[in-house]
Design a protein around this ligand. Structure first.
Ligand SMILES: *[C@@H]1O[C@H](CO)[C@@H](O)[C@H](O)[C@H]1NC(C)=O
Ligand SMILES: *[C@@H]1O[C@H](CO)[C@@H](O)[C@H](O)[C@H]1NC(C)=O
Ligand SMILES: *[C@@H]1O[C@H](CO)[C@@H](O)[C@H](O)[C@H]1NC(C)=O
Ligand SMILES: *[C@@H]1O[C@H](CO)[C@@H](O)[C@H](O)[C@H]1NC(C)=O
Ligand SMILES: *[C@@H]1O[C@H](CO)[C@@H](O)[C@H](O)[C@H]1NC(C)=O
Ligand SMILES: *[C@@H]1O[C@H](CO)[C@@H](O)[C@H](O)[C@H]1NC(C)=O
Ligand SMILES: *[C@@H]1O[C@H](CO)[C@@H](O)[C@H](O)[C@H]1NC(C)=O
Ligand SMILES: *[C@@H]1O[C@H](CO)[C@@H](O)[C@H](O)[C@H]1NC(C)=O
Length: 847
């Protein structure tokens, strides 16, 4: 119900209760029998309606003895039991009283009068509880549209939808050009396959905006652009068109496009600009002549190149203001119709810009206008142009004041004055969010929030990355449990029995020695050589110590003896690591399967990458590498070259520490996570590097875990609820003590019996052949409801990570089955104990 605001406000944002305004003392009661002043402490309850409250629209004036009253204005009367509250149309309390006879209040009817404080009111009629709760009753009073449409039904204004040619006299023409029949035809064929035709304005729109009675023509997006538009951009262009044309809210021409990054806001805007500059629904008269694009300085060039990219330079000339290109040049040249300028430059050149008549203003990264009192907003609002678009990639609804500023910027006045907004929406909504809110307060807040969503949802559009995912190729995720190698098992046992591990289990958690032990075990899972190097680390100064916490204990003294005497470190050996063995077989499988597929191989540890690099060399796989040591200036080049068609590298070795959330590696369609992170978000992020816009091949994501070891335990923490409350590694020092000893002991157990502890944990009785077994799954919680503007649940979108009950829906395979689900894994089969697999198919494409 409470669409987008749930949990979005913190306690601090709660406004202190407004001081109570005492009603005027001098009054001549008509109906009033006894009167009392209500103190501030009662106000909260009274002001919050409940199901017994009744509402009336009234007129009010100052009490006087005159016969002919001079009404001051409309107001709303709330009546509950024996008390009344009078609110003006902005939601402000202007009077209250109590101690009326409840019988008389029960039967209020039209024409009746009542004294409230020093005011006299006359009842006009009842208001439904629904209109009050939503706040709509205030709205109809404050937002009387400036362009009130006359009832079109009385004025049969049937436009020749079907045959525009008949009415050729009404056709427009560009100056100096003869009227031709061409002008009466849509610029592009609306019946062409895949034509993107804008919706036609309705009758009242025609009544208001087509006074000249021009023929109504279809506005059709240039097919040159249409072919580049994805379905969600198609919808976005229609949305922008309707907003800018005033077809969504009468007399309002603003829009907020708040699509998440990467959905092509720029292209949608360019399409809008190009369409409106050449066409219009009435006689094909272009709707706009000049457009102003305001953007952060760093994006000015980007906008220029986007215009070039989509329209070429012959269709439309854009002018970007910089040191060498002055606004004067734009004014004096007839060539340009789009001006691109940075926010800073806009302020500097404001006077000149004010002299240009712009018909459309686009504010990129418009969330910086969230404070309406700052200079920039004021400057832009000083331009006489009511078609305004804000582009922003960040959710805008978290702070109700900022939200108001943005709405106010694109559609001034639509939510009433700032104080009206505060009274009718902000305060009730914030109050309803408080833990102490009563049921009535909750209900009022929710209904006001719903109404606010409805009103603003007409001109705000936000889509998340998910919408693109629907157009991506299928993605298959694999969680592969690898049997530990004999040496790994031997060392694991010895390590667990060692003094080092025992002592860290002895409870001294606050000095984090357990982190060292966790680190050792993880190394052992990756490869025993890493483990060896660490415990010999004191002697070998060259070893990078990125595995370790900077602790000064040396728990390794009793560990040096646990390796077999003939163990030779440094040499990369597949037989000593289960995961490495599986990886090698998997890569061989991919290599044979397709000569063009590329693989991203990720580890958190530089030392592990070193080993994987050795592996690449020894199998003669071409590779490239990006880790924390790669200079930032080289990174983009490495990435670009890997993604290019000419790329010869089979493998991209990537350290997850190298960062770069946006790192785009769509040159590869397979991604292997060699080790596991405590934080599932990191894994999700890693996957997003290949499964993203531009990817053409089916994507495979492999996660390698060593069966029965700490890696599997970490994985379980990821998918169980515990991961929500933080992780061992991430916990702040004060919280670490809370990580229970039992949990730690469990973490340090080795399970050699089960093929998959995680599967056991699901209590799934399937046969491990990929066939679903039965409805043992716990019921899933219903998806949270969101309104259009919603998506406060951003995390449930692109950042969603796997849970136990999701895993239940995946396919389960034991390593023993006859036919492996993927031929590239066939060779690795011997060393795999279990697999979870799930394929996400793209949703059916719309239109
Ligand atoms: C036309 O559209 C406007 C929205 O701009 C809407 O308010 C109005 O009710 C519509 N009129 C008709 C006749 O459908
Ligand atoms: C807006 O900016 C003004 C001036 O900088 C500041 O006083 C005010 O607190 C800001 N308002 C909000 C809501 O941030
Ligand atoms: C992989 O499995 C084979 C067959 O069971 C076994 O001989 C080999 O030692 C295993 N490799 C590793 C690294 O465990
Ligand atoms: C960690 O705690 C244990 C037990 O309290 C103590 O023996 C050990 O010296 C501590 N280590 C450090 C580095 O403080
Ligand atoms: C792995 O790298 C990420 C950074 O991408 C970091 O946040 C995380 O703590 C690392 N994990 C471990 C176990 O070091
Ligand atoms: C320990 O965890 C519990 C809940 O699991 C929490 O209430 C408590 O505050 C935590 N204690 C510390 C010291 O973090
Ligand atoms: C699971 O239950 C649903 C109905 O609750 C049933 O239609 C479906 O066939 C069941 N699936 C299996 C595998 O038994
Ligand atoms: C598994 O795949 C289905 C599509 O086949 C998808 O709807 C679902 O979200 C996937 N499950 C998980 C947990 O990713």
């Amino acid at each position: 119900m409470l669409c987008f605001l749930a949990g979005a406000f913190s306690q601090q944002q709660l406004q202190p209760p407004r001081p109570f305004i005492a009603p005027n003392q001098n009054r001549t009661p008509l109906l009033l029998v006894s009167r009392q002043q209500t103190g501030p402490e009662d106000q909260k309850d009274e002001n919050v309606p409940n199901s017994f409250t009744k509402y009336y629209s009234v007129l009010w004036c100052k009490a006087s003895k005159k016969k002919h009253k001079k009404w001051e204005g409309d107001a709303i009367l709330m009546v509950r039991k024996s008390s009344v509250i009078l609110k003006d149309v902005e939601g402000k309390d202007i009077g209250k009283g109590s101690g009326y006879k409840s019988k008389e209040l029960e039967t209020l009817s039209e024409g009746q009068t009542l004294m409230i404080g020093g005011k006299e009111i006359e009842i006009m009629g009842p208001i439904s509880a629904e209109d009050f709760m939503s706040g709509r009753c205030f709205h109809s009073a404050v937002t009387s549209p400036c362009l009130s449409p006359a009832a079109p039904s009385q004025q049969p204004l049937q436009k020749p939808f079907t045959n525009p040619l008949r009415n050729s006299t009404g056709c427009s023409q560009t100056e100096g050009v003869q009227k031709t029949k061409m002008d009466c035809k849509p610029r592009h064929d609306p019946n062409a396959p895949n034509a993107l035709v804008m919706p036609r304005p309705n009758l009242s729109h025609q009544w208001i905006f087509n006074k000249a009675n021009l023929p109504l023509l279809d506005v059709v997006v240039d097919p040159y652009l249409t072919m580049h538009l994805r379905p969600h951009q198609w919808d976005g262009v229609i949305f922008l068109y309707e907003c800018i044309m005033g077809m969504r809210t009468t007399g309002r021409f603003g829009a907020i496009l708040a699509d998440e990054m990467g959905l092509g806001k720029t292209l949608q805007c360019i399409t809008l600009i190009w369409t409106l500059m050449r066409q219009g629904p009435y006689g094909n008269k272009p709707v706009i002549k000049k457009t102003l694009v305001i953007t952060p300085g760093s994006l000015v060039k980007n906008w220029v190149s986007e215009f070039q990219k989509w329209l070429g330079s012959e269709r439309l000339r854009v002018f970007a203001v910089d040191q060498d290109h002055k606004v004067e040049d734009f004014i004096s040249s007839p060539l340009y119709s789009v001006l691109i300028i940075s926010y800073e430059m806009l302020l500097r050149c404001l006077e000149q810009i004010q002299n240009i008549q712009f018909n459309l203003i686009i504010c990129d990264e418009g969330h910086r206008l969230k404070n309406s009192s700052i200079k920039t907003s004021t400057a832009i609002l000083s331009l006489s142009c009511d078609k305004r678009v804000i582009l922003t990639g960040t959710p805008i609804q978290n702070d109700l004041q900022e939200f108001y500023s943005l709405i106010e910027f694109v559609n001034p006045g639509i939510l009433g004055s700032s104080s009206t907004y505060r009274k009718i929406y902000e305060e009730p909504i914030i109050r309803s969010q408080q833990p102490s809110a009563t049921m009535d307060e909750k209900q009022l807040g929710e209904e006001r929030a719903t109404e606010l969503c409805r009103l603003t949802g007409l001109f705000i559009l936000r889509r998340t990355q998910d919408i693109i995912n629907n157009y991506l190729p299928p993605k298959t995720e694999w969680i592969i449990f690898c049997r530990p190698a004999a040496l790994q098992l031997e060392l694991y046992h010895k390590l667990l029995a060692s003094h080092a591990v025992k002592s860290c289990l002895q409870g001294s958690l606050e000095n984090s020695s357990h982190l060292i032990c966790i680190g050792l075990l993880k190394k052992l899972c990756n490869h025993p050589t890493l483990f060896f190097n660490t415990i010999k680390g004191k002697e070998n100064r060259c070893i990078k110590r990125d595995f370790d916490s900077p602790l000064e204990i040396s728990p390794y003294d009793d560990l040096t003896g646990i390796f077999p005497i003939n163990y030779e470190p440094g040499a990369f050996t597949a037989k000593d690591s289960g995961k490495l063995q599986v990886l090698i077989d998997l890569l061989a499988g991919i290599h044979i399967h397709s000569s063009t597929e590329r693989v991203v191989l990720i580890s958190n540890y530089t030392q592990t990458l070193d080993i994987l690099q050795e592996m690449c060399k020894s199998f003669a796989y071409s590779y490239t590498r990006l880790d924390g040591q790669t200079p930032v200036s080289h990174r983009q080049q490495i990435v670009d070259s890997f993604n290019s068609k000419q790329n010869k590298n089979f493998i991209f070795l990537l350290s997850s520490k190298a960062g770069g959330v946006g790192l785009n590696l769509i040159g590869a369609s397979r991604l292997i996570l060699y080790d596991i992170d405590w934080n599932p978000a990191n894994d999700v992020q890693a996957m997003a590097r290949v499964w993203r816009d531009g990817q053409r091949r089916p994507v495979h994501i492999y996660r390698l875990l060593t069966t029965g070891t700490i890696e599997e335990k970490i994985y379980q923490r990821q998918i169980s609820k515990q991961s929500l409350s933080g992780t061992v590694v991430d916990l702040k020092k004060s919280e670490r003590a809370n990580f229970s000893l039992e949990e730690l002991q469990n973490l340090f157990k080795l399970d050699e019996v089960s093929n998959c502890l995680t599967h056991d944990l699901l209590y799934c009785n399937c046969l491990g052949n990929g066939e679903p077994l039965a409805n043992l799954t716990a019921e899933k919680p219903p998806a949270p409801r969101t309104c259009q503007l919603g998506h406060n649940s951003e995390r449930s979108g692109s950042q969603k990570h796997l849970t136990m009950s999701d895993l239940m829906d995946w396919k389960h395979f034991t390593g023993r089955i006859q036919h492996f689900p993927d031929p590239v894994l066939e060779k690795a089969k011997e060393n795999i104990t279990f697999i979870f697999q799930n394929t996400t198919e793209p949703q059916a494409m719309s239109s």
